[in-house]
Design a protein around this ligand. Structure first.
Ligand SMILES: Nc1ncnc2c1ncn2[C@@H]1O[C@H](COP(=O)(O)OP(=O)(O)O)[C@@H](O)[C@H]1O
Ligand SMILES: [Mg+2]
Length: 560
């Protein structure tokens, strides 16, 4: 799992390869500047201490030293910017990919995903990849190249010091790997806990009124507490490992540097001759090596601090891959038909549909609806009326049989192009945060103010907005808050009128409206008669009396 996640992260880095390369180059250049700077510093100290050089003779070296400081600052700022951009490119790309993938899923597949989890994945978990691409990935390459350059430099000064570095260096990654092995799994658990928590919070917030009504709000506190505690413990476990690995790193690099320092000291005092090819070590040389020794371990130590970013990314990858793996439950046509006809004959032929294997909703169901016809679908609750409308809207797909529009299977028609021809008034109305006006114009963003007002009037929206201080600009909250069920339904109806499509699907349009207001629907049916094809799922006797044709659905027995 970890390996494949890692491989996946590597493939996802492709769009930012140029940035990543730049970031690595700048990192290495900045390392080389440190080597030159150390050389300068050791020479300066040697000159001052042993050769009593004056400020005047050293001025060139000092200026060079200062310039290098600025260069390093510039490089680190540059690297910061480049790294940020590379991670941003990858994250944006990935988010677009996830959204594009979600759009290929059928709407009912989408609604089966938990909103809280989905949001957590798209926002937090993709964000969690930032450190991996911005820091860990470039540092990984730098950690291989830069110590090598330093090692070669040290070898040119003194082979034994070089050898000491060479021997101690591999111990660090070894210990790090041992410690790090468990972290990826822990991080994955952590993200699962976070997703679960997000999903739960969202559900709870959305259902708070209902829960309070049943006196259950308090009881939920305990569940939240358990979930949060679980999350806290998992996070602490990861932190413990992160601290432990940093401590290990520090310990090993400090020991190595100390050994080298002791060796150099003994060499300077003349107690040790090995490694100096018979010559006494100079102060400049010893200082240069001593300054380079910590720099040799620096990239590794930095990699160590970024190690959790790697584990975090590998953990987060699982959920993202899961979203991208959710297969669309249908094959999309390779070249979808763009549909642009005004006169549409709908033919459902022998359609079979079931949500699960053991319960068929539609069994060889056929229906014909010529343009301008008005059709009612009746039957007891749960029989499949809403399902039938969703099939026509292409929110779900038949298992066998087909729905044709002027002889073209709607499965072959481009989704957007098909939905330009139909509107569906859902049984559960969903309005969005914004004004009533905004919610209506959603149907046709090019509509003029007059057109919106006309639609609002026909749908009976003006009847209640005229008593409100802000009229049509009255804001509504999420989940229709601020409106009654009937009012929300009228707003949705105005939306449908404004969209003005040849086919209109209405799912129990009078269920929220009282008798007086049901006449709004009846009037609309009157004006649409002969022009629009209207298919209505309904129990309402008045509607049934008005339509051209009634299809009565019957409950099919459950298969065991
Ligand atoms: N998304 C779904 N997943 C699984 N079963 C569903 C889904 N939607 C509806 N059903 C089931 O399919 C049957 C028909 O539902 P529906 O079409 O909403 O009936 P109606 O609109 O006639 O009341 C019901 O038994 C319902 O429980
Ligand atoms: Mg229904």
């Amino acid at each position: 799992m970890n390996k494949s996640n890692y491989a996946w992260l590597m493939t996802e880095s492709k769009p930012a390869h140029r940035w990543l390369f730049l970031s690595i180059m700048v990192g290495i250049l900045s390392g080389i500047v440190i080597i030159i700077q150390s050389k300068l510093l050791s020479t300066i100290i040697d000159q001052v201490y042993l050769h009593h050089a004056t400020l005047h003779t050293l001025s060139l070296l000092l200026i060079g030293f200062c310039l290098l400081i600025f260069l390093r600052v510039g490089f680190s700022a540059l690297r910061e910017i480049i790294s940020f951009n590379s991670a941003k490119t990858i994250k944006t790309n990935l988010r677009e990919k996830c959204f594009a993938h979600l759009m290929t899923l059928a709407p009912n597949q989408l609604s089966a995903l938990k909103t809280g989890e989905l949001t957590s994945t798209l926002i937090e978990q993709i964000e969690a990849l930032h450190g991996f691409f911005a820091d860990y990935f470039p540092q990984m390459v730098i950690t291989v190249v830069l110590p090598l350059i330093i090692l070669i430099t040290v070898f040119t000064q003194n082979w034994l010091a070089g050898l000491l570095l060479l021997i101690t260096a591999p111990l660090i990654p070894l210990f790090m790997a041992l410690i790090g092995m468990g972290t990826a799994k822990l991080n994955q658990d952590n993200f699962e806990a976070l997703s679960r928590m997000s999903a739960y919070f969202l559900d709870l917030l959305q259902g708070l009124t209902t829960l309070s009504l049943f006196n259950q709000a308090r009881a939920q506190f305990n569940t939240i507490q358990t979930i949060s505690n679980d999350y806290r413990e998992k996070t602490m476990r990861i932190l413990r490992i992160a601290f432990l690995s940093t401590a290990t790193l520090e310990l090993f690099s400090t020991i190595s540097i100390a050994i080298i320092a002791v060796y150099l000291g003994l060499g300077l005092l003349g107690f040790l001759k090995i490694g100096f090819s018979g010559v006494h070590i100079t102060l400049a040389q010893a200082l240069f090596i001593l300054l380079l020794a910590p720099e040799f371990f620096m990239p590794l130590r930095q990699l160590g601090t970024f190690y959790h970013a790697r584990a975090e990314a590998i953990g987060a990858a699982t959920e993202i891959i899961n979203i991208l793996k959710t297969n669309s439950n249908t094959k999309k046509p390779s070249s979808p038909v763009l549909f642009s006809e005004k006169n549409i004959l709908i033919n459902m032929e022998e359609v079979d549909f079931a949500y699960s294997d053991n319960k068929k909703i539609l069994d060889h169901f056929s229906l014909t609806a010529p343009q301008g016809s008005c059709i009612a679908i009746t039957g007891p609750s749960g029989v499949g009326k809403s399902t039938l409308l969703q099939l026509i809207a292409k929110f779900i797909y038949p298992q066998s049989g087909a729905i044709f529009a002027n002889g073209i299977n709607i499965m072959d028609i481009d989704d957007d192009s098909w939905r330009e021809h139909i509107t569906l008034l859902h049984q559960q109305i969903r309005l969005f945060h914004g004004s009533i006006f905004d919610n209506i114009t959603l149907a046709n963003l090019n509509a003029s103010k007059n057109e919106v007002e006309l639609a609002a009037q026909l749908a009976g929206v003006l009847d209640f907005t005229q008593h409100l201080p802000q009229k049509l600009n009255t804001p509504i909250g999420e989940q229709n808050s601020g409106l009654s069920g009937g009012q929300a339904q009228r707003v949705a109806l105005a939306r449908i009128i404004l969209k003005d499509t040849p086919i209109v699907l209405l799912d129990e349009p009078t269920s929220h409206l009282d008798n007086a207001n049901a006449s709004i629907i009846l009037n609309l049916l009157g004006t649409w008669r002969g022009k629009k094809t209207v298919i209505i799922a309904t129990h309402d006797q008045k509607i049934v009396e008005m339509v051209d044709h009634v299809y009565e659905l019957k409950l099919l027995g459950e298969k065991n």
